[in-house]
Ligand binder design. Sequence first.
Ligand code: M6R
Length: 609
Amino acid sequence: MCGIVGYVGRRDAADVLLDGLSKLEYRGYDSAGIAVFEDQQIRVAKSKGRLLDLQKKMEEEGKPAGHAGIGHTRWATHGEPSDRNSHPHGGGSVTLVHNGIIENYKRLKEFLLSQGRVFESDTDTEVVAQLLDYYYEANNGNPIDAIIKTSRELEGSYALGVVFADFPDMVFALRKESPLIVGIGEGESFIASDVTAILKYTKQYYLLEPGEIAVLSHRETKIYDQHYQKIEKELKTADWDVSAAEKGGYEHFMLKEIFEQPTAIKTTIAPRITDGLPDLSECGITPERLTGFRRIHVVACGTAMHAGMVGKYVIERLAKVPVNVDIASEFRYRDPLVGKGDLVIVISQSGETADSLAAMRLAKSLGAETLAIVNAKGSSIAREADMLIYTHAGPEIAVASTKAYMVQIAVMYLFAFELALANGSVDEAECRRLTGLLQETPALIESILAHKDRAQQIANELITADSLLYIGRGLDYALSMEGSLKLKEISYIHSESYAAGELKHGTISLITENMPVIAVATQKRLFDKTVSNIKEVKARGAKVVLVCDEAYVPEKDVADLKFGLPEFDDLLSPMPAVVPLQLIAYYTAVLKGTDVDKPRNLAKSVTVE
Ligand code: M6R
């Protein structure tokens, strides 16, 4: 939540900051702002709303001109979205931007008020600026001393970009919990919440560790520890291409990312298959390490949790190990029965989701082993897990997750296959057959994407609905959950997912004439049962959209519309079958005219609980 950037170099700082913020807007878009050194003075420009609103404001009022500064795009936590609550915030000589939450800000604010300090916003961030300035004054104007003293007082999470009026053209940065990288270019340096913000300028960066302080100036970039000692760090190279963070001719990032799924699957699974069999040794995971777990828990949020639901079905069916799937925010506060002998799998695209990270730390403290399935390299969850499998989806910019989900389930399949083989619950021939099927999914998905117009036609029938239901059984139920979340998240149409067999225990009373019901029926062994449930809603007036095998021709009493899928194995069908659900959600949102890539009230990376 919130994205921060900073720049020192020869370029026009405002341009670089705004460009970086445009790549980070997925992290929040309640307000945006920059602070730039103009003629040795700090000049701030900020505005409620999107980056576009800030740009318009600067066209009218003039853009701060200089070669060093900081910037911010906000997802509001403390204080409503407004101009006065927008970052950057100041206190005396200090101006800063912040990503995270200061949990003890009230106590700190009381202290600062008692010192005669005056506040201009309702944010926790302004407290940090005032506290920094308090220590800065108390330490005879030494910024690093002030930063170290301030960081010792702060509880919560933060990544901070700071400028001091007395140190023109210098940017200071530090972090705890919230991510921050330091980019190194030719004669220029950057800070950013995420590498996508700097890819246009450099691929070289340092990962700032908690407590480390970066100091950027025209001459050099230095990093200090909490004892004011200069430290040397390993320079990393981003393997994402700059085009990965651009729309590349697509109307929206979400559509681009849906179409990137075949490539994302190939890139993710290819290095983990040897001689036709799953091989996770590249990730340090051997069959010996996998066997012996008495139970598996999958902990995640939102779409990543839905990927865990697919994983549960597959692992239990193939590897015969019991799997619990938990929402991370519930898991961490319900005294879970987890301990030695358990494996806790944490799935996360960003690797920074606060609840998932906390759940993983809890699981570790209880003695469980942890395995992270993460897309963002070097993220907190990736760094703290005992075992790690990176998904290689590339940057996912749209708030609605699509390609990240796809590769999360691809990894769950590989994991289940390897575990089942190691357990002896599946023999080598069957494991080889299943792995081969997984390798077929990219081509299958290509063929489904070619029918995107069909999804568009279906979307046309949904846009007037106030409410929808998604139903399915088994793996199709797990998919319904994902389809429903996708639709409500971006089209703002209320939607629920239900296990098809459960409807008649209450929910069927919601069905009214023409209410759309999207039924997913890819599981052959459950097909007749699902069709019976569909007939029950159809008989009560529902307008049914059926996602099923293309060979099936539904009678009038079953479905009004159909999205046909090529014949495929039941177990792996979620990979192709989720594609029409993503496309239907996408086109419904487009037809409704919503902001598809940045739906209201949301942020991509949820770093607060
Ligand atoms: O970064 P994570 O995978 O941990 O994020 C988890 C959820 O916040 C995320 O999947 C969210 O539900 C998506 N916006 C859904 O499209």
